[in-house]
Design a protein around this ligand. Structure first.
Ligand code: NAD
Length: 367
C-alpha cells in the first residue's frame, strides 16, 4: 500500500519557520515509527504571489485536491497589504477552503496543565480542559442571499440572510457525531431555536441525524447560554456543534480559555474521498506574525498540534497523535517556553528550533 500523501504549504512569515519543525516531526515518524508520508511542498499566499502573481496557482490547487491532507502554515504580511483584494495572500487560503468544500471547521480548546496560569479564568476551571468546537464553515449568514446595503424610504438598510439547507446541517452534524465517536461521545448543539427558524431546523435535523449515532449523547443549548457556559464551566463540554456565525464567536472565545495564540491548532474537513478519508486542511489558528518573523522566536506548537490533528482525523493514528500531544505536555511541564509563553517569572525563552529539539527528544523518550 502506498504511503498517505501530505501537501505542505508553509506560506509566509513564521508559517515557513514553524513548518520546518513540523517537517522534523514528520521525518521522526518515518524513521522511528515506520509511519511515512509522501510529502510534497508548494507555495501559497505572498510566497506564491511573488513567483506566480497569484496567491494560489491552479497547479497547487489541483495538488491540494489530490492529496490525503494539506498542512498549511500562515499567509500574509505588510509587503502585500496594498495588493488588489483579488490577489491578497488570504485569497489563496479562501480558495483552498472553498474549492475543497471544507465545511466543518474543528477548533480544539485544550489546556495543558503547565499553561493553566495563562488563562484569564481560574486555574481549576481550565486545567485539563479538552473540548472541540465544530463550526459549519461554508454556509449561513456569511453567505446567504439576499445581502447588501440598499436605500428604503431615504434610509440605508443593511441586510444579511441566515440560510441553511437540511443537507448543510446534516453534513456538519455528521462531522460532529463522527468526531464525538473518537472522543468522549458527547455532542452539544448550539443555535437560537427560540428566536430563529433556521435554529429550529438546525435542532430538528441534528436530532434526526443523532438517530444514526445511538452511542453519542446529544444535548441542545441556546448559543447565548453556550457562551456563558463556556466561560463558567467549560469542562462540561466534549464536542460543541454550531453554525458559521455562532461558531466564529464561540470558537474564539473557547480558544482564549487556553492562553496563547501560539498553541492553537485547527482542522477544516470536507466530504470523504474515494479512499474514505475526508478532504482536509490542517493549520495553526495564528497568522504570519510579521512582528517576530525571521527572528526564530515563533512558537511551533500550534502547527505541530495541527499535524497531530492530521494524524488523528485523516490517518486514523490516534495513538500516535496522543504520543505527540503527550510529548508537548511533557516539555511544557518541564518548563520549556518560547517567548509567547513566558510568564512574569521570566527566564530565557527557547527559539523555534530549540522548541522543536526538546519535543523531538520527548518523542524519543516515549519509545
Ligand atoms: P498573528 O496571528 O500573525 O499575530 C498576532 C500576535 O500573536 C503577534 O504579536 C504575533 O507575534 C503573535 N503570535 C502569533 N503566532 C505566534 C506564534 N506561533 N508564536 C509566537 N507568537 C505568535 O495576527 P496578525 O498580526 O493580526 O496578522 C499578521 C498577518 O497574518 C496579517 O497579514 C494577517 O492577514 C495574517 N493572518 C493570517 C492568518 C492565516 O494564515 N490563517 C490568520 C490570521 C492572520
Amino acid at each position: 500500500m502506498s504511503n498517505p500523501s501530505l501537501l505542505i504549504l508553509a506560506g509566509d512569515g513564521i508559517g515557513a519557520e514553524v513548518m520546518v519543525e513540523v517537517k522534523r516531526i514528520i521525518d521522526w515518524y518515518g524513521d522511528k515509527r515506520s509511519l511515512s508520508f509522501d510529502v510534497s511542498e508548494d507555495l501559497v499566499g505572498g510566497a506564491a504571489y511573488d513567483v506566480h502573481g497569484v496567491p494560489l496557482h491552479d497547479d497547487t490547487m489541483a495538488k491540494a485536491q489530490a492529496v490525503d491532507a494539506v498542512l498549511l502554515g500562515a499567509v500574509g504580511g505588510p509587503k502585500y497589504d496594498d495588493l488588489d483584494f483579488s490577489v491578497k495572500p488570504e485569497r489563496g487560503l479562501l480558495r483552498l477552503r472553498k474549492e475543497m468544500d471544507l465545511f466543518a471547521n474543528l477548533r480544539p480548546a485544550q489546556c495543558f496543565d503547565a499553561l493553566a496560569d495563562f488563562s484569564s479564568l481560574k486555574k481549576d476551571v481550565v486545567a485539563g480542559l479538552d473540548i472541540m468546537i465544530v463550526r459549519e464553515l461554508t454556509s449561513g449568514v456569511y453567505f446567504g442571499e439576499p445581502r447588501g446595503i440598499h436605500v428604503e424610504d431615504n434610509m440605508r438598510v443593511g441586510v444579511n440572510t441566515q440560510r441553511y439547507t437540511e443537507a448543510e446541517i446534516e453534513r456538519a452534524a455528521r462531522a460532529a457525531f463522527d468526531l464525538a465517536m473518537k472522543r468522549d461521545k458527547r455532542v452539544c448543539s448550539m443555535e437560537k431555536a427560540n428566536v430563529m427558524e433556521s435554529g429550529i431546523l438546525w435542532r430538528d435535523v441534528v436530532t434526526e441525524v443523532h438517530a444514526d449515532y445511538p452511542e453519542v449523547t446529544l444535548s441542545h443549548m441556546y448559543a447565548d447560554n453556550g457562551a456563558m457556559q463556556l466561560v463558567r464551566a467549560p469542562k462540561q463540554f466534549d464536542v460543541i456543534l454550531t453554525d458559521n456565525l455562532f461558531g466564529d464567536i464561540l470558537s474564539d472565545c473557547a480558544a482564549m480559555l487556553t492562553g496563547s495564540l501560539g498553541m492553537l491548532p485547527s482542522a477544516s474537513l470536507g466530504l470523504p474521498m474515494a479512499n474514505g478519508r475526508p478532504k482536509a486542511m490542517y493549520e495553526p489558528v495564528h497568522g504570519s506574525a510579521p512582528d517576530i518573523a525571521g527572528q526564530g522566536k515563533a512558537n511551533p506548537i500550534a502547527c505541530i498540534l495541527s499535524f497531530a490533528m492530521a494524524l488523528r482525523y485523516s490517518f486514523d493514528e490516534g495513538a500516535e497523535a496522543d504520543r505527540l500531544e503527550a510529548a508537548i505536555e511533557k516539555v511544557l511541564s518541564d518548563g520549556a517556553r518560547t517567548g509567547d509563553l513566558m510568564g512574569p517569572e521570566g527566564g530565557t525563552p527557547l527559539s523555534t528550533s530549540e522548541m522543536g529539539d526538546v519535543i523531538l527528544a520527548a518523542l524519543d523518550a516515549s519509545l
